[in-house]
Design a protein around this ligand. Structure first.
Ligand SMILES: Cc1cc2nc3c(=O)[nH]c(=O)nc-3n(C[C@H](O)[C@H](O)[C@H](O)COP(=O)(O)O)c2cc1C
Ligand SMILES: Nc1ncnc2c1ncn2[C@@H]1O[C@H](COP(=O)(O)OP(=O)(O)OP(=O)(O)O)[C@@H](O)[C@H]1O
Length: 309
């Protein structure tokens, strides 16, 4: 899979099928759209690619920090590669790009990548103040020699799937619903860093990661989780919080106790998948009470592991 990060003419892309969008999280709606782009490309013997942005457009459009991300760029690129994508055009969304008129945007797209077909969703907007939509694309295609397809809303349980809906599920701890909309459990990745090393004194060692501030975090509390390390998924209990029982003003940490795992994880890359929220974070009167509660959390996770409920 090739990665392009600039608006430059790319002869190799000529004639391709292109899927356009912000594509944060690669949820089941995004995947349906991409499956369509891939199917059309394969039927016509063409390559297919994704046109997207390295930063979420909201980082420029809202003037604040923008929407929290459901996926890091590396994670997204590796998922797109696994989906069989031939190339990704991942540009920086800048104020200049936000100010580009819809017609100019199409002109740039046509001149740089010369696609023969575009695939967008029903609510895709582009150009200054979101003036362009799929009608604009279809019309412009007559002049720039491409056709365009629009994907109708993909829904789940009567709701239109969207990155916004998934963010709000994660924000309220509805991890099972978030997982259903994503088509996989919500995941954070990171290198295991050193904590206070109190966990091991309770016989409950934890692997701590520090997700980037740009990532959407589930609310503070304890979760049944799965942790990936060295190619194996382990059932785990994960706490997101500041450990009020043992810390005065602890920083927020994401720490997982892997069931039935012995080994040194410091410095390793782990993936933490959030399956189900069990409870909120509690300030216990002492370490003994905290330990008893975590052991209870572990028993629930073990029962889940047996049943996979
Ligand atoms: C499953 C799980 C649940 C936890 N629940 C709480 C909690 O409710 N209250 C709390 O103060 N700390 C909680 N903790 C955090 C512990 O205080 C922390 O793991 C312990 O102090 C070890 O920290 P360390 O990794 O910095 O050594 C929890 C940790 C885990 C793994
Ligand atoms: N549920 C869906 N059904 C069909 N197409 C979709 C769906 N969700 C997104 N798309 C399309 O996928 C592309 C990427 O859209 P985008 O990343 O803005 O998705 P989104 O989930 O709607 O995000 P947000 O909630 O942040 O607006 C667009 O072409 C969009 O129209």
């Amino acid at each position: 899979m090739r990665l392009m990060t600039r608006w430059t003419r790319d002869e190799a892309a000529a004639g391709c099928v292109l899927a356009l969008g912000a594509f944060d999280g690669l949820h089941i709606g995004h995947r349906m759209l991409m499956a369509k782009a891939q199917r059309i490309a394969r039927e016509r013997g063409l390559t297919w690619g994704v046109f997207t942005f390295a930063n979420h457009p909201s980082t420029v459009l809202t003037g604040e920090n923008g929407k929290k991300r459901l996926m890091g760029n590396m994670e997204r690129l590796s998922a797109l590669r696994d989906m069989g994508c031939d190339f990704v055009i991942q540009l920086q969304f800048t104020p200049a790009l936000a100010a580009m008129e819809a017609e100019d945007f199409i002109k740039h797209l046509a001149q740089c990548y010369n696609p023969s077909h575009l695939v967008v969703g029903f609510n895709y907007r582009f150009g200054h103040r979101g003036a362009g939509d799929y009608h604009t694309l279809k019309e412009a295609g007559k002049r720039y020699n491409f056709t365009a397809d629009v994907v109708p809303p993909i829904t789940l349980g009567g709701e239109t799937v969207s990155s916004t809906l998934i963010r709000s599920c994660i924000d309220s701890g509805e991890m099972q619903k978030a997982g259903a909309l994503l088509g996989r459990p919500y995941e954070l990745r990171g290198e295991v860093v050193h904590g206070r090393e109190i966990g091991r004194t309770m016989n409950l060692p934890t692997a701590n990661i520090v997700p980037p501030p740009s990532r959407q975090l589930p609310p503070r509390g304890v979760y049944i989780a799965q942790v990936w390390t060295d190619g194996v998924w382990h059932t785990a209990v994960t706490n997101i919080g500041s450990n009020p029982t043992v810390a005065q003003q602890g920083a927020l940490s994401v720490e997982s106790h892997l069931l039935d795992y012995k080994g040194d994880l410091y410095g390793r890359l782990i993936r933490v998948r959030f399956i189900k929220k069990l409870r909120g974070e509690v300030k216990f009167s002492g370490v003994a009470q905290l330990k008893a509660q975590i052991e209870k959390d572990v028993r629930i996770a073990r029962a889940w592991e047996g049943l996979k409920i």
